[in-house]
Design a protein around this ligand. Structure first.
Ligand code: ATP
Length: 308
């Protein structure tokens, strides 16, 4: 059984207008996406800013109300459960956020930050709690005395490690990592991602990585879904999506990845130019693999046929 099954999920936000603030339209932030995560798998959700990635993550964890479709966690539809039933599952799904500066409470020390999720779910003696926090602080590579320090006393990479320790505190099955390294220096990004990969087996974790940068996460992911305007334009194994992209939009994301090799850099510049010439003003029209153009509205149907 899949650990997570997102089935035709829709999250529409109402736009209100007029004197009576009636609903005049909707922002279709997520408009019918489907994907599954097997236990132990790493799935990448990739797309440009505003395509609905964060809304998807928040919908799975219950922070955004789902307006259509379902989210099954270990076969159970979370949205249909009572609050107390949902609580049991909510501790199995933890989120790591983009900005380790604002996501940690600056007035709490590391001990209280890391212990907080545990205190919400389990009763434990202060001694036991301290032991667990110390073990996690050690595992994420921070000094034992770190637990009495405050977030501003750490570097960006160290703060993200504190965020990871907090997420691990409840022994979750699924971690949703929303742009976990995009606020960090390039040199630190790889360290944090490598560390996340290192602990995956040890803690039996399944990852949903959310990123605007295919280059950053392609090495980590088993499968990738490419999102555009609330829908999937393409989904497949990371190798297939990266080496054999079927959609112009995916090709464009790949072309945007900075190239370190000077010879390939030139090649990539040409690719970018060619793609830009092929594009009209928007990405709403795509070329399928036979070179036919189709409208984005039909992309989800085309996609579901393609992946069967
Ligand atoms: N609570 C909300 N109310 C109204 N609109 C929202 C809300 N949250 C998100 N949106 C809109 O939904 C769309 C998708 O936003 P979302 O944050 O999910 O995109 P994203 O792909 O994660 O982009 P970014 O990486 O910039 O956060 C955007 O147009 C955004 O303005």
């Amino acid at each position: 059984m899949s650990l997570l099954k997102v089935n035709d999920m829709k999250i529409h936000f109402p736009i209100r207008g007029g004197f009576f603030r009636t609903v005049v339209d909707h922002i279709k932030a997520v408009d019918g996406i489907s994907f599954e995560l097997e236990p132990g798998e790493t799935y990448g959700l990739v797309g440009e800013s505003g395509c609905g990635k964060t809304t998807t993550g928040r919908g799975i964890i219950g922070l955004n109300t789902i307006t259509g479709g379902e989210v099954l966690f270990e076969g159970t539809d979370l949205a249909k459960q009572s609050r107390s039933e949902r609580r049991k599952h909510v501790k199995d799904i933890q989120m790591i956020f983009q900005d380790p500066y604002s996501s940690l409470n600056s007035r709490k020390n590391v001990l209280n930050i890391i212990a907080e999720p545990l205190r919400n779910f389990e009763r434990m003696s202060p001694g036991e709690e301290l032991k667990r926090v110390q073990a996690l602080v050690d595992r994420v590579g921070l000094n034992p005395e770190s637990i009495y320090k405050y977030p501003h006393q750490f570097s960006g990479g160290q703060r993200q490690r504190i965020g990871i320790a907090r997420a691990l505190m409840l022994n979750p099955k699924l971690i949703i990592a929303d742009e976990p390294v995009s606020a960090l220096d390039v040199s630190v990004q790889a360290q944090v991602l490598n560390f996340m990969q290192e602990i995956q087996k040890e803690f039996n974790l399944t990852y949903l990585f959310i990123s605007h940068d295919l280059g950053v996460i392609k090495h980590l992911c088993d499968r990738i879904g490419i999102m555009y305007k609330g829908r999937f334009v393409e989904e497949g194994t990371a190798a297939d999506v990266y080496n054999n992209p079927q959609h112009l939009y995916t090709k464009r994301l790949i072309a945007a990845i900075p190239e370190m090799n000077p010879e390939k850099r030139f090649e990539k510049m040409h690719l970018r130019q060619a793609i830009n010439e092929e594009y009209r003003t928007d990405y709403d029209s795509y070329f399928d693999k036979d070179g036919r153009m189709f409208d984005l509205k039909s992309v989800s149907e085309t996609h579901s046929v393609a992946v069967q």
